[in-house]
Design a protein around this ligand. Structure first.
Ligand code: PLP
Length: 372
């Protein structure tokens, strides 16, 4: 029997990502493919850079999407900024801080871990203490929005501590960009990466990154070659950089970039402040309904992400069965717990295009039905 074309079901994506993709973005991705050095495509790349600068609130020239998912953006930051023997302080308050440790060690660096409880923000005082105890540390890395728990950390305060101790900063903004304030220049962040599949309402598979002039200087003055050819920013910049003539580096994912361009145009139309306010409004509506149903949040109120709501599974409830019913009967996807929180929490995303009152009502109604 011949295999036929794949037609996915129409779901509502309210998990930890990917989130619902706007029809405008999907339509943009279906436009004709052109060459990656076509003058028209080069125009799109220039626009993309300025749209990303807006999203990140930065003037950094080295701002572009890495042609691979968020994990590749993460790796791009580490392989370029960490050299063998470098000491890196990694703040961990969930799953993704653990991946940062892996990255440091695979670059030949020494990871000094600063642990916070899962479900809490990173504590700047603990970072301060770790940096006092490790005056030779060169880089500080932390996750701004921990998707595994729904905790938002104070990036500005953490960067300030890191800089006072002479360290560069690597910030994971995969879940925060577009949903919560991310102010790269005002907060003086050195290297930051994000993903397209969360609050930007685009398909997965691209990772916007931005590097400050200070980070670029460190990359230029490396003693050793970046061990990854694909992610070596010195080479990628020949394609994405400000040069008048762009040189071939890799074949860009043309249609995926049409999609990101459209998603960023939509963000610009809505304006960042309005997008942040929309995420907060819908979070508050969801929260009111969940609390009325007697469901508890994992994260204390003042450390919560509006776009990722982690709630404790009530005693005696089969959490996987609930998620399966939501999917089969309501076409609604919510997320399971990850790592240490597996089996204990549900993660309800209200990200990007999916952060709207209709989804809030759908989710509350469906959960109420299923939990009886
Ligand atoms: N960092 C955080 C905070 C994430 O939430 C994710 C994905 O959910 C990643 C990194 C990895 O991104 P990707 O799955 O796009 O590779």
């Amino acid at each position: 029997m011949k295999i036929k074309s794949f037609h996915p079901p129409q779901r509502v994506l309210m998990g930890p990502g990917p989130s619902d993709v706007s029809p405008r973005v999907l339509a943009a991705m279906a436009r004709p493919t052109i060459g990656h050095l076509d003058p028209k495509f080069v125009e799109l790349m220039d626009e993309m850079k300025s749209l990303l600068k807006y999203a990140f609130q930065t003037q950094n020239e080295l701002t572009m999407p890495v042609s691979a998912p968020g994990s590749a953006g993460m790796e791009t930051c580490f392989v370029n900024l960490v050299e063998p023997g470098d000491k890196v302080v990694v703040c961990q308050n969930g799953v993704f801080g653990g991946r940062m440790q892996e990255n440091v060690e695979r670059c030949g660096g020494i990871a000094v871990m600063v642990q916070d409880d899962w479900g809490r923000a990173v504590d700047p005082q603990k970072l301060e203490d770790a940096l006092k105890a490790n005056p030779d540390a060169k880089v500080v890395a932390f996750v701004h929005a921990e998707t595994s728990t729904g905790a938002l950390s104070d990036a500005q305060a953490l960067v300030e501590v890191a800089h006072r101790h002479g360290c560069l900063t690597i910030v994971d903004a995969i879940t925060s960009l577009g949903g919560s304030p991310v102010m790269v220049d005002a907060w003086d962040i050195d290297a930051i990466y994000s993903g397209t599949q969360k609050c930007l309402s685009c398909t997965p598979g691209l990772s916007p990154v931005s590097f400050s002039p200070r980070a670029q200087e460190k990359i230029r003055n490396r003693k050793s070659k970046v061990q990854s050819w694909f992610m070596d920013l010195n080479l990628v910049m020949g394609y994405w950089g400000g040069a008048t003539k762009r040189a071939y580096h890799h074949t860009a994912p043309i249609n995926a970039l049409y999609g990101l361009h459209e998603a960023l145009v939509m963000l610009q139309e809505e304006e960042l402040e309005n997008a942040w306010a929309r995420h907060q409004r819908n979070h508050l509506a969801l929260r009111a309904g969940l609390e009325a149903m007697g469901l508890d949040f994992v994260v204390p109120e003042n450390e919560r992400l509006p776009q990722l709501n982690a709630i404790s599974v009530p005693q005696g409830v089969d959490e996987a069965a609930v998620r399966a019913l939501l999917l089969s009967d309501y076409q609604l996807e919510i997320g399971a717990g990850l790592g240490a929180m597996a089996g204990k929490v549900w993660r309800i995303g209200l990200m990007g295009h999916a952060s709207n009152p209709r989804n809030v009502r759908l989710c509350l109604g469906a959960l109420d039905d299923v939990l009886g």
